[in-house]
Write a protein that binds this ligand. Structure first.
Ligand code: FMN
Length: 237
């Protein structure tokens, strides 16, 4: 990749490629650091690192500095979003009393889920994961990060593809936590209205999911499940 192009050259090649810089909309040259290794090596290394990420259900109560969570949220905030509306809000909770309320709210919904709401097939699919209505990890993990999707911006402005955008940002958040050596659990008690109430969020925010974040216990085990191979999840043409 040529990173040496002058701004004039860059503008000319952009125009030749059909990208017209809109008048009055400032643009800057793309900053992109070339990777240290070859593209293939870097992609493989990233895959190998991400392949070690697992959803953890037993957290230690070892504290995690707020700054670490802040960096992970910043990383999530670099996600692309529909029309750059960035329709997300990350609420990071370490207050034990609030975590307790979240646990109680989640367990109430989850009890209903396991007792009557879930279909037989769903419960069957969950069996291998060992999940149940016991969500004590919501109190034990040092942080519970609740992610909200914005229905419209705080000034009433439109947002676009909020669900997709928040999903992408959440993925980056999970990857950033993993990169920092932290474990996460993607948790979706349903319905999640109790989170809005406990966290006193404004009416334009809709709970998306919640995520305990922290270190796994030293004897943590995870389900021996496999990931689909490349051939199954991709089609090249
Ligand atoms: C949208 C979504 C919702 C999930 N909800 C829950 C949940 O409520 N409780 C739970 O224990 N795991 C939940 N999981 C975690 C999945 O069970 C887990 O990602 C899957 O079994 C694969 O395991 P892995 O993350 O270790 O690769 C959820 C994951 C996603 C992406």
């Amino acid at each position: 990749m040529n990173t040496e192009a002058s701004p004039q050259e860059t503008m000319r090649s952009n125009t030749e490629l059909g990208y017209v810089v809109p008048p009055g909309a400032p643009h800057v040259p793309l900053k992109q650091e070339p990777p240290k290794g070859s593209a293939e090596d870097e992609a493989r290394l990233f895959y190998e690192r991400m392949n070690l990420r697992r959803t953890v259900r037993t957290f230690s109560n070892e504290p995690v500095d707020r700054e670490v969570i802040e960096w992970c949220i910043r990383a999530a905030g670099t996600a692309p979003s529909g029309a750059n509306k960035q329709p997300w809000q990350f609420v990071a909770v370490s207050d034990p009393a609030i975590k307790r309320r979240i646990r109680l709210g989640a367990e109430e919904e989850e009890r209903k889920f396991y007792e009557s709401r879930a279909s037989e097939r769903w419960l069957e699919d969950l069996k291998q994961l060992g999940t149940d209505a016991d969500k004590r990890f919501l109190e034990i993990a040092p942080w519970v990060v609740v992610i909200f999707a914005l229905k419209h911006s705080s000034d009433g402005g439109q947002v676009y593809y909020a669900h997709e955008s928040v999903g992408v940002a959440t993925g980056l958040f999970i990857a950033a936590c993993h990169h920092a050596g932290l474990a996460t659990l993607t948790h979706t008690p349903s319905p999640m209205g109790f989170l809005k109430e406990i966290l006193d969020r404004p009416s334009n925010e809709k709970p998306y999911l919640l995520m305990p974040v922290g270190y796994p216990t030293t004897d943590c085990v995870v389900p021996a499940i496999s990931r689909k191979p490349l051939e199954e999840i991709s089609t090249f043409m």
